[in-house]
Ligand binder design. Structure first.
Ligand code: NAD
Length: 433
């Protein structure tokens, strides 16, 4: 199948490379010239385990191409996938659809023959209806269907999740479009559930899923607060409730709050969408508010560990919103650092993959270290904010000789508290006294 993907970011690129690997002919289109130039020069613009190998393999085989131009590419495609960003509107916080509608208006001009247009961008209910009207207006001759194909990949596991999805949701209102999507996903027919639903249901499933997962994280963070006060171990509680098959173990790991390019904006967009329909989503509202407080609580915790030290030096390990990615969008680490900076803190940070993205967010407001051990030199407190494997193997002996004061705030519970204490550290994890 000939596929054009509009938007070559964290979703568009792994999707394009995955579909090329399945044998489809893919063209990735992005309006950002530098991104396309890099891809054409063999440089991949984001970090995802295993993606680079598949990128080179399929680019060399001519299965995937990169361009800034829709012209000459959309007209030959059987399927056009929209995977552009849907950031929160700066004022209303609803999903800002300007990139989606700009892409739809432009692609409409080049449609020839029957084409399916699929949204992989996370879009509010009714966006498919609007895209349909927009394309009809721009190109009244066009023969097309609009389907919703929400994306559920996890950053850090994008390649794995492309080939092993829990399920595939297809929101198509026409049989012809539905059949085309079945052809697209032939490889998955006997491997996973392919759920065909109405387009508006597919759009809603994506938001309902993300809001639920965000609530689950907020729930376990609140339980962790309780455990700290009541002298209970959250990790035992988490295991105990997670083994109940009605609850499940995932997303029950307490931490510094959820972040990333999806949960924060999708919870806000869900609440906005509900209000438009005169529905108040009290649980999701509480989750949004609680998650914002969470990051303040973490900053307070770090500061209180050094409250008796004059001009304390804070070492931050981890800047990405989670391990396995270089993405710092809405990263709790960035928000916590901004909070610490409000209190005039002196910060040195290190992340194995996300230094460049963090630097674009924070500029020269903090110091950046080349290694974990450079970051902790003369530090009065060490705060772990991302759960990188590299940090789990931290050498306490070395740490102990490098730090000025031995305080650890482990917001990811990845270090060994007993070992830390053996080396004389004052250790504080999450949800344990
Ligand atoms: P991104 O910012 O990484 O990538 C979007 C790309 O679209 C950018 O490279 C941008 O230059 C390009 N673009 C914007 N307008 C364009 C246009 N008119 N023509 C061509 N290119 C254009 O965003 P992302 O993280 O890949 O997210 C894309 C969508 O997928 C969002 O709606 C997001 O909510 C959703 N989503 C993201 C994830 C994730 O883990 N990142 C997971 C599931 C769903």
């Amino acid at each position: 199948m000939k596929i054009a993907i509009i938007g070559t970011g964290y979703v568009g690129l792994p999707t394009g490379i995955g579909l090329a690997e399945l044998g489809h002919d893919v063209v990735c289109i992005d309006r950002e010239q530098s991104k396309i130039d890099n891809l054409l020069a063999g440089k991949i613009p984001l970090f995802e385990e295993g993606l680079e190998e598949l990128f080179h393999k399929n680019a060399q085989a001519g299965k995937i191409k990169f361009t800034t131009s829709m012209e000459g590419n959309v007209n030959t495609a059987d399927l056009v996938i929209i995977a552009v960003g849907t950031p929160p509107h700066p004022v209303t916080k609803e999903a800002d659809l300007k990139y989606v509608y700009a892409a739809a208006t432009e692609l409409a001009k080049y449609l020839e023959g029957y084409t399916v247009i699929a949204t992989k961008s996370t879009v509010p209910v009714g966006t498919g209806d609007n895209i349909e009207i927009l394309i009809q207006k721009t190109n009244p001759q066009a023969q097309f269907d609009v389907v919703s194909l929400p994306e559920f990949l996890r950053e850090g596991f994008a390649v794995h999740d492309f080939f092993h999805p829990d399920r595939i949701i297809v929101g198509a209102n026409s049989q012809r479009a539905s059949d085309l999507i079945d052809d697209l996903y032939t490889y998955f027919q006997d491997k996973t559930t392919i759920l065909h639903v109405k387009r508006r249901s597919a759009e809603t499933i994506k938001y309902a899923a993300n809001a639920f997962l965000a609530m689950k994280i907020h729930y376990i963070n609140e339980m962790a607060n309780f455990c700290e006060k009541a002298d209970v171990d959250i990790q035992e509680v988490s295991k105990g409730i997670g083994t109940d098959t009605r609850i499940g173990p995932k997303f029950l790991i307490p931490g510094p709050g959820f972040g990333g390019s999806c949960f924060p904006k999708d919870t806000l967009a869900m609440v906005y969408m509900a209000r438009q329909n005169d529905v108040e989503l009290s649980l999701i509202n509480a989750t949004i508010k609680g998650n914002a407080n969470r990051k303040k609580e973490m900053a307070d915790r770090i500061l209180s560990a050094v409250k008796r030290i004059e001009n304390p030096k804070i070492a931050i390990l981890g800047l990405a919103f989670k391990s396995g990615t270089d993405d710092c969008r809405e990263s709790p680490a960035i928000d916590i650092i901004l909070e610490l900076l409000e209190q005039k803190a002196n910060i040195t940070a290190y992340d194995p993959k996300a230094m460049a993205n963090a630097q674009s967010a924070l500029g020269n407001k903090i110091h950046y270290a080349d290694t974990l051990y450079d970051a902790v030199k003369n530090a009065d407190v060490l705060a772990v904010l991302t759960e990188w494997q590299e940090f789990k193997a931290l050498d306490f002996d070395q740490l102990s000789s490098l730090m000025r004061n031995k305080n650890i705030i482990d917001c990811r519970n990845i270090l060994n508290p007993q070992k830390a204490e053996e080396f004389g550290f004052k250790y504080q994890g999450i949800g344990i006294k």
